[in-house]
Design a protein around this ligand. Structure first.
Ligand SMILES: O=C(O)/C=C(\CC(=O)C(=O)O)C(=O)O
Length: 296
């Protein structure tokens, strides 16, 4: 029994996703997923903008096996603030099959970063989605970026497409590999070759240290499940233009979904629509995430 009451409009993760008909290549990595609590063990942060249902490491690993994946990258979600214990617990339970992306304050000590590295953390996430944070992390990121670069960690950024013009120069100046969540959340009702998405493509074209997750069709789509047809041209454009710099993840347990809860098996079935050859699929699901998270 959690010490927390989830939001009244919270949608729980799918209890029995289909077994995907698409079989991912051996060693596939789900490179964007979260754990929530359990709240009685790992309390949610006072600063959180939502209170989720519990979603434990054990449940995540059971989904991983069901979907035919081998590894996870567990990304710190804002509901846990800068308290990384739930994510670190998941890494510790994974037998080396999970790596992490943490959230830290700029005051984090070198010893704390060392400990996070030893636990399997390889990046820090900075959330620029205004509904999810009280303060945009520009100053914090600016002050810590060089320290992350010196350890060969990467930076994960989450922002929405309409805000990219404001942040463009700042993101382009970052000294590490930078991974953008969910293609910078394009408005997929707009033209895939229009100015908004062109700016995102330009960001990656001009900066070969910037990568993209081609995740979350469920979050971006207006045409809806299970085909998410309106997202396909956007994701395909990124996968085919930057095949060495793309990652894919389920986004389980899908925080803040308001329209529907995706079936994770159907999300896996979506992969061959956006990575249309075995070679592209292997880069997306195995080579790229292994290079970024399991280089050592
Ligand atoms: O999990 C995601 O990728 C997306 C989120 C939540 C989030 O990022 C967070 O809480 O840190 C969203 O759009 O609400």
């Amino acid at each position: 029994m959690s010490d927390f009451i989830k939001d009244a409009d919270w949608l729980d993760w799918h209890p029995n996703p289909v077994r995907p008909t698409y079989r991912p290549p051996a060693g596939a990595v789900d490179a964007h997923c979260h754990v929530f609590g359990p709240g009685d063990q790992f309390p949610f942060a006072a600063s959180r903008k939502y209170t989720p249902c519990d979603a434990s490491a054990e449940q995540l690993f059971s989904l991983r096996d069901h979907l035919g994946f081998s590894r996870n990258v567990v990304v710190q979600a804002t509901c846990h603030g800068t308290d990384n214990r739930a994510m670190l617990h998941a890494l510790a339970q994974s037998n080396g099959m999970a790596r992490g992306v943490a959230t830290v304050t700029p005051e984090v000590s070198d010893a704390e970063l060392d400990a996070l590295h030893a636990a399997g953390v390889r990046g820090v996430r900075f959330n620029f989605v205004k509904r999810l944070v009280d303060v945009l992390p520009i100053d914090g990121l600016r002050s810590i970026a060089a320290r992350l670069a010196s350890r060969d960690w990467h930076i994960v950024i989450y922002f929405e497409a309409q805000d990219l013009p404001e942040y463009y120069d700042f993101f382009a100046s970052l000294p590490t590999i930078v991974v953008v969540d969910h293609m910078g959340r394009p408005d997929v009702r707009k033209d895939v070759n229009g100015p908004e998405f062109d700016l995102f493509v330009k960001l990656l074209s001009e900066n070969d240290n910037i990568w993209s997750k081609v995740s979350c069709p469920d979050r971006l789509s207006f045409s809806g499940e299970p085909l998410y047809a309106d997202v396909v041209p956007f994701a395909t454009r990124i996968v085919e233009t930057f095949p060495e710099r793309v990652l894919w993840g389920t986004d389980w347990p899908h925080p803040n979904m308001k329209t529907h809860m995706p079936d994770d098996g159907e999300l896996v079935n979506f992969i061959p629509q956006i990575a249309r050859t075995e070679e592209l699929q292997h880069k997306l699901l195995v080579e790229n995430p292994m290079r970024l998270y399991w280089a050592d």
